[in-house]
Design a protein around this ligand. Structure first.
Ligand SMILES: [Zn+2]
Length: 691
């Protein structure tokens, strides 16, 4: 009897996992069945969950991305706490560096006791500026401590950032670059103290209030260093005035999306013509580059402005601004009064966050950024199953095949353009989980009791690493996201799509669940990233990664007309409070979403081979595909965070990534029997379609 029942059970189990897994991958309890799917699909899918999960005081927004990000941080915490407790770690090993760095970050008593002392060498250098030559020398030395990609509070102390990057027209080569910020549309990585240039010029009440709050913030920080109150207030106003001048020529985020607009390779003679009062040869020499090194200047107008500020502003003003920027970049790593005031402005005023996250979380975040490959290597060894990589590769190839079909069957592209598009698609390389090669930190020294110096050492090391690539062939080993990150990216220059281990988990990717949910979630993410290769910017790069037009003139016009449909859709969406997206700014991401979901849907249909998918939890396979898609975008924002996102980010707000995309999808309308006139259906003549 027992044997027989076991046997039956065994057969049943095989049947379920082999052909039709039990787990649907969706969660009906998270939905709001009182809301109709054709009225507000976002609320229909996420309403139940959102009602039970208000935004915590420590967050500016909250949704599936946040939950997973915190879960990954808990995992990195386990690794870091173990490293910090491990007395046997070999000196100089990654384990020692992670452990000591983390311990130095957690030791807030030691950080507080040192007050502002860690900045004294920088202050001394600034105080010693008595000539334009001294100013040049100081600006050059600050370039060596530029922050790594993705850091908040600004890229560098100075009026531009020197870094490296691929030469867009000669993609196998790495060149020097001069930029205002790293990564288009990422807030806070600029040379400016406010999130973006528009913050200095917009005249609406909220923007004016932000500027007032900024002046008060700068004054407060200066007061903390011992500057008398009235003098601090005066300096706060002058700092804003100085940055307003510097911000004036900075290109708006939407304009920077055109790769041709930020391509200005120059030699020394041209640099001197742009900014004759800056000592370019010294800059190159000091960072170890030959004078013949060409530099791609993203925004020549900014460099011109920099030169006029060099000569027109007094040395007093420059010293004041450099001192402020030194404080601004350092504040989160200094004693509590500085870190608290920085939190107040950056997170509460600008993003609406009510309370600081626990210290371990801050430290996990700093380590993930500043020792990313050491922590990443430990993270994937412990938490990323090799099987996930295999399954994910299969999914990506299915999406690639579906995309090839889309391009092949496109009704409007001429054969020459189609051929080039398919060639580019075929050339696309896929990286899953973690980079092929880990970065070497052997020259980085980390000590257990000096947190600020550890952070600074990591930046110097990171900047040296960036500069060391200049003039060499591109290796394609370095990622711009860390392995625990819940995100993915696409680089048209490197012809690569990258999926960090952090996102390859539920609700994005679940090896135990039915395919419909996986295609709707991670499938749409894969489609989105592949889609970036063909968005407004990506489509200007060819299959080798060169900025090189492969379109016939006629096809490019048709493509632009199709993308204009999406610009119009986002420009006219009312997101509440009278706020709107800038359609051009979010175009690439919106195209990625629309193209990506379409291709993911086709890929899912192909995987079914003509058979209908199973009905699970009362939903058809197509319904689950779309529910799973919208679940991923179930993020709520505080009003301040919503504003910040609209102003500085090239991603649409989550709610509209779901709604606007689905309004254009006839396959979605069929799955839920939505009709023309329903809010979830864009009038058929205005539905946007890419291929
Ligand atoms: Zn994207």
């Amino acid at each position: 009897m027992r044997v027989s029942s076991c046997f039956v059970l065994f057969i049943v189990t095989i049947g379920l996992t082999g052909q039709s897994p039990q787990r649907s991958g969706i969660h009906p309890e998270d939905m709001d069945s009182t809301c109709k799917p054709c009225t507000d699909f976002w609320r229909y899918v996420n309403g139940g969950w959102m009602d039970k999960n208000p935004i915590p005081a420590r967050a500016s927004s909250w949704g599936p991305f946040s939950i997973l990000t915190e879960a990954n941080q808990e995992r990195t915490r386990t690794i870091l706490e173990a490293a910090a407790a491990d007395n046997s770690a070999e000196r100089g090993s990654n384990l020692q560096k992670m452990g000591d760095f983390y311990a130095s970050c957690m030791d807030t008593a030691a950080i507080d006791a040192r007050g502002i002392a860690p900045l004294q060498p920088d202050f001394d250098r600034i105080a010693a500026i008595h000539s334009i030559k001294d100013l040049n020398d100081a600006l050059i030395s600050f370039q060596k401590t530029a922050r790594p990609f993705g850091a908040v509070n600004g890229a560098v102390v100075g009026a531009f950032r020197l870094t490296s990057g691929q030469d867009p027209k000669n993609p196998s080569r790495v060149v020097a670059r001069i930029v205002e910020r790293d990564g288009a549309g990422r807030s806070g990585t600029s040379i400016l103290s406010l999130p973006d240039r528009d913050y200095y010029f917009k005249t609406d009440e909220k923007s004016r209030n932000n500027r007032e709050a900024f002046v008060a913030h700068a004054a407060k920080v200066l007061e903390l260093t011992g500057t008398p109150r009235e003098e601090a207030a005066r300096q706060g106003r002058e700092i804003l005035a100085f940055e307003t001048k510097l911000a004036e020529p900075v290109m708006p985020i939407a304009a920077k999306r055109d790769p041709e607009a930020t391509y200005h390779p120059m030699g020394l003679a041209e640099l001197r013509a742009l900014a004759p009062d800056f000592d370019w040869p010294s800059l190159l020499r000091e960072v170890g580059l030959p004078e013949s090194t060409p530099i791609n200047v993203a925004e020549p107008e900014l460099v011109k402005k920099f030169n006029s500020l060099l000569t027109e502003e007094t040395l007093d003003t420059w010293r004041m601004w450099l001192r402020w920027r030194t404080l601004k970049l350092a504040a989160p790593y200094l004693a509590k009064p500085f870190a608290d005031e920085d939190f107040h402005f950056e997170r509460t005023v600008l993003a609406g966050v009510q309370e600081q996250e626990p210290r371990w979380q801050t430290c996990s975040r700093v380590l993930d950024r500043d020792l990313s490959d050491a922590l990443g290597e430990a993270y994937v060894a412990k938490y990323f199953p090799p099987e996930a990589k295999r399954r994910m590769s299969e999914l990506v190839e299915n999406l690639r095949a579906a995309m090839r079909d889309e391009l092949d069957h496109s009704e409007w592209m001429q054969p020459a353009t189609k051929k080039n598009a398919v060639e580019k698609l075929n050339a696309l390389r896929v990286q899953i989980g973690y980079p092929d090669k880990w970065r070497d930190y052997s020259s980085l020294e980390i000590k257990r009791n000096t947190f600020f110096e550890n952070v600074r050492a990591a930046w110097i090391n990171g900047q040296q690493y960036e500069i060391s690539k200049i003039g060499k062939p591109l290796t394609r080993n370095d990622w711009t996201m860390t392995p625990p990150t819940v995100n993915a990216y696409s680089s048209a220059g490197q012809v690569v799509v990258v999926f960090p281990a952090g996102i390859l988990q539920p609700p994005f990717f679940d090896m135990q669940s039915d395919d419909a949910a996986n295609y709707g979630a991670i499938g749409a993410v894969i489609g989105h990233e592949i889609g970036h290769q063909f968005d407004d910017g990506g489509s200007k790069y060819d299959s080798t990664g060169a900025l090189n037009n492969w379109w016939t003139e006629d096809d490019r016009k048709k493509f632009d007309a199709r993308t204009a449909c999406v610009v119009d859709q986002f420009n006219t969406l009312d997101v509440g409070d009278g706020l709107r997206h800038n359609g051009k700014q979010v175009l690439g991401e919106a195209l990625g979403d629309l193209g990506g979901l379409t291709v993911a849907y086709r890929a899912y249909q192909r995987s079914l081979g003509g058979k209908p998918g199973p009905v699970l939890d009362g939903f058809t396979a197509d319904q689950r595909f779309f529910i799973s898609f919208a679940r991923v975008w179930g993020t709520q924002y505080r009003p301040e965070a919503m504003r910040l996102q609209l102003n500085t980010n090239n991603h649409p707000v989550s709610q509209y990534r779901a709604l606007a995309t689905l309004q254009n999808m006839p396959e979605f309308h069929r799955a839920f029997q939505c009709k023309t006139g329903d809010p979830m259906v864009r009038p058929p003549a205005r539905q946007c379609k890419l291929w």
